[in-house]
Ligand binder design. Sequence first.
Ligand SMILES: *[C@@H]1O[C@H](CO)[C@@H](O)[C@H](O)[C@H]1NC(C)=O
Ligand SMILES: *[C@@H]1O[C@H](CO)[C@@H](O)[C@H](O)[C@H]1NC(C)=O
Ligand SMILES: *[C@@H]1O[C@H](CO)[C@@H](O)[C@H](O)[C@H]1NC(C)=O
Ligand SMILES: *[C@@H]1O[C@H](CO)[C@@H](O)[C@H](O)[C@H]1NC(C)=O
Length: 361
Amino acid sequence: MEEAEENHIGLEVTNSSRHESKSHRMGLHLLIKMINKSRWKILGLLAIFFVMVWYTVSREESFAFHFQNDKMTCPLGDVERKAAQLIANYTRDHPLFLQLKDYFWVKTPSIYELPYGTKGTEEILLRVLAITSYSLPESLQRLKCRRCAVVGNGHRLRNSSMGQTINKYDIVIRLNNAPVHGYEKDVGSKTTMRLFYPESAHFNPKTENDPNTLLVLVAFKPMDFQWVETILHDKKRLRKGFWKQPPLIWDAKPEQVRILNPYFMEITAAKLLHLPVKQLGRLKQKPTTGLVAITLALHFCDVVHIAGFGYPDSANKKQTIHYYEQITVKSMASSGHNVSQEALAIKKMLELGLIKNLTYF
Ligand SMILES: *[C@@H]1O[C@H](CO)[C@@H](O)[C@H](O)[C@H]1NC(C)=O
Ligand SMILES: *[C@@H]1O[C@H](CO)[C@@H](O)[C@H](O)[C@H]1NC(C)=O
Ligand SMILES: *[C@@H]1O[C@H](CO)[C@@H](O)[C@H](O)[C@H]1NC(C)=O
Ligand SMILES: *[C@@H]1O[C@H](CO)[C@@H](O)[C@H](O)[C@H]1NC(C)=O
């Protein structure tokens, strides 16, 4: 039965190709006739035709460019579908960054305090949002496909030669004070967004970011908003209330600065780490900036790939955890993060095909 069907198809193909060659011959004849008549018109039309073909092909190429022998296409809707399986009530409706109007015109009260909400910090936020920005830049809004690479700070990036690969993504998200300068071969040089908090801010944001990098503050406490205000307004610096001295001078343009919507911190804690929502504010454990960055990407990217995530075996206490500094696994013990819980959450996303790893996780 199957064979017969194949034969049938084969017959049809030969038939149609014969038909085609006949019509080709006729077309050619007609074409020669027409060329003799109005040569220049035809040449003009042909030129327009070739320009159109070239335009289409070149667009196709930029849309599905080659990627590590693998075509990186745009599976629109894929992330949404898979994220909805993992995150209850998943929605892309929440703005990525806090907006002035939410604290100025419409007062939307938050049920949680920082880092899961903004309850009690509305006044300082109003002042901070008045000097910073909250829009997604035109260059990002314009993208047909948002292919994102979330680059962790993991030791595995050392000598990984991943730089070129990472630079090919439409959006590259980096974390904290992770340097780029001098590490381009392994971690790339493009930085679309950098998530940080005052204690993790790089002292020299200009050398480690692009001129238009969005510097996205992940606020853990009210002092973090105060830091932004004093540093951008050049007010008297506050030194108390931080667990590590944040930069006193920070050369960034206010237009680059955004305040991450705490919604993503809440989702990370409640839906990915399954921490008890009712006690969120009082919990000692907080998600890492890295996991929050993945959550953020899941809410606005069409492709989410991660690199440099994962910690070395806790048995090897001397193993450094970052690609750029000598901090060991031991130091994570008192960090207030549950790294094994986070590893489980990331494994689940990998298994689901929601995210992909570029370096071994
Ligand atoms: C999902 O949304 C519904 C309706 O708002 C709510 O009742 C429910 O608790 C939510 N589920 C989770 C897991 O957040
Ligand atoms: C990286 O490569 C350099 C030079 O090949 C080598 O000396 C160094 O030990 C490598 N570092 C790691 C962490 O593998
Ligand atoms: C961290 O997460 C693991 C795995 O879910 C859990 O067994 C452990 O109790 C957690 N540790 C702390 C300190 O809460
Ligand atoms: C991602 O990690 C898995 C193991 O978790 C590994 O098998 C795979 O090779 C890694 N992918 C890449 C591209 O390194």
